[in-house]
Design a protein around this ligand. Sequence first.
Ligand SMILES: Cc1cc2nc3c(=O)[nH]c(=O)nc-3n(C[C@H](O)[C@H](O)[C@H](O)COP(=O)(O)OP(=O)(O)OC[C@H]3O[C@@H](n4cnc5c(N)ncnc54)[C@H](O)[C@@H]3O)c2cc1C
Length: 395
Amino acid sequence: MNTYDVVVIGAGVVGSSVAFHLQKLGAKSVLVLDRATIGAGTTSQSSGILRTHYSVKENVELARKSWAVFNDFAAYLGDDEASCGIVKSGYMIVAADGDKVEPLRASLEQQKSQGIALELLSAQQAHELMPIARFDDAALIGFEPEAGFADAYLTATSFARAARRGGVTIRENVTVNRLLIENGRVLGVSTSAGDFAASMVVSTQNIWTPELAGWTGATLPVSPERHAVLALECEGAAYTYTMPVFKDLASPGMLYCRSYGGNQMLVSEGTAGEKLDKADIEQGDISMDYVVEVGAQVAERFPAYEAAGIASSWTGVYDVTPDWNPVLGALPGIEGLVVGYGFSGHGFKLSPTVGKVLAQAALGLPSDVSLAPYSVERFATGALLTGKYGIGAVS
Ligand SMILES: Cc1cc2nc3c(=O)[nH]c(=O)nc-3n(C[C@H](O)[C@H](O)[C@H](O)COP(=O)(O)OP(=O)(O)OC[C@H]3O[C@@H](n4cnc5c(N)ncnc54)[C@H](O)[C@@H]3O)c2cc1C
């Protein structure tokens, strides 16, 4: 049986980042296993938005540290060819009079106290940045210049390539069937390509985390939820790369939008999606009712989009936990097991720092941020990380 210091299950953007950081932090023999290919899970379905706007302060910190990596990606990876496809468009968030104003104000204050560069905009200033939108209902507008979007698949494959260059072995098309555990201690993994010994396993299985729950008997709350994304095209009202990512807390679906390809609008709802019985990343149906409903909300904010057409559409699946925030760190009761799952539709922007802190946890090194708030035990103790906006990926 081949022996490794650490085995990582899953080569999504989180597992690839873990692998990169493991070798960077000095791990000598690391094996990453994925039943499919690098980044082909939910990572490939991501909308790619990068912001530090969160109402949960721990998330602000993870996002801020991660933004610094995205912003200097090639240098951080030590690879001049590496790219995460970043577009630094900024991020605008708007609330109308009602129940979202105070949560937004409190979140912006919190961010400011954490040192995030932020501006409060008048409707006119907002319109100058975003001329295709109307702001006559806006009660509060926040703008974060250091934000934008990037390509999650490109990021995952770049982390994976840098990890491989640092000596990590990544094997695709290998399924982990169970963990090898004796007396509460991880000894390795049993896979479709045989058994591998390792005293440390990191699971970054996203919507497939229930498999890990089955192997360990641990209670790991997470459910798969499908979300639809539309790309809209509107003649005379292009959503250009210079226009910010936009979060509309005034819309019933708490819509998020960004430029797609420099002229189209990528848009999706920021609320709950379609609950699935099991992990399944196949494309789902997008009902005409959904298109009409989202279209009406878009036209409310972007009047010219009344006449927009759908250029393309797709679905993707979130790994949703009860408080819409991830579980990070060692799993209590089993020695040699670290998990990172439950990103609830907002894990891409956190992936550089999450990868680093999971690698630190696996190697027994001090952590850049405390993982205590992200412990799985919070679901039993009630110390949830629920955001000020309630459920939804804005968190
Ligand atoms: C539609 C959509 C929009 C999103 N938009 C944003 C956004 O704008 N901003 C943002 O920050 N985040 C966003 N996200 C969330 C973000 O993309 C995810 O949190 C992130 O990509 C998850 O990465 P991951 O590595 O955890 O999961 P995945 O990419 O799903 O990787 C998990 C991997 O584990 C492998 N695996 C699982 N079980 C096994 C096993 N037993 N054996 C071998 N391999 C196994 C799978 O094959 C898979 O490749 C979005 C997500 C979706 C679906």
